[in-house]
Design a protein around this ligand. Structure first.
Ligand code: G3P
Length: 220
């Protein structure tokens, strides 16, 4: 399972990218707006920094305008993936974009039925939102498992991207479910590496090493 960052912050992206585990970035209008800068500058920096798929989201709700915007977003770089929302206009514009060889990510997916539609228009990525479904007392992980099973049974090639992940166990369970990609905020990404026994173990190793060095220096 590939790991993506769900952010438009170049500082967060640069830091995680140094770990060597970052395969892509997902952005959305809210995340870009949070940066308070010209979106073209924000996207350009991300597209140039990460060697992987970068999702850039359309902001129009009419199919023609969404299609035209999608064409422009796709032209920004070879690693750009165009995000369209799971609405009829998104299906219409998305189908036209895929017909033009543009890779699309169908976003705001909350049900297996919607995921079937995304696969049928030949989407490159489908983004089921787990955390937001959990927020309304539904089972986001059950939805993800169903989508992964349906795609396997039907032989759909669309990549399943588990989105709206809120904690490390969401990431682990998404991997178990068979998701192709997990996207997560910086906070969740940094929690993946943490374990108290790792910190305690390292502290003891280094304390023992320093003690030995002190002893050897005393003997010299
Ligand atoms: O970017 C799409 C999705 O991951 C949003 O997550 O945390 O805003 O529900 P969240």
């Amino acid at each position: 399972m590939k790991l993506f960052l769900d952010t438009a912050s170049i500082d967060e992206i640069r830091e995680i990218n140094r770990w060597g585990v970052l395969s892509g970035v997902t952005t959305n209008p809210s995340l870009v707006a949070k940066e308070g800068q010209d979106p073209d500058i924000v996207w350009k920096e991300i597209l140039e920094t990460v060697d992987g798929d970068i999702s850039l989201e359309t902001t129009f709700t009419e199919p023609e305008a969404m299609y035209e915007e999608g064409l422009k977003l796709a032209e920004k770089a070879p690693n750009a993936v165009v995000k369209v929302p799971m609405i009829p206009a998104g299906l219409e514009a998305g189908k036209r974009l895929t017909a033009n060889g543009i890779r699309i990510n169908v976003t705001l997916v909350f049900s297996p039925a919607q995921a079937i539609l995304a696969a049928e228009i030949g989407a490159y990525i489908v983004s089921p939102f787990l955390g937001r479904l959990d927020d309304v007392a539904s089972d986001g992980m059950a939805m993800l498992r169903d989508i992964c099973e349906i795609y396997a049974v039907q032989g759909y090639q669309t990549n399943v991207l588990a989105a709206s992940l809120r904690h490390p166990m969401h990431v682990v369970d998404a991997a178990l479910a068979g998701a192709d990609i997990a996207t997560m905020p910086y906070d969740v990404f940094t929690k993946l590496v943490k374990h108290p026994l790792t910190d305690a173990g390292l502290e003891k190793f280094l304390a023992d090493w320093n003690k030995l060095e002190t002893e050897l220096k005393g003997e010299a």
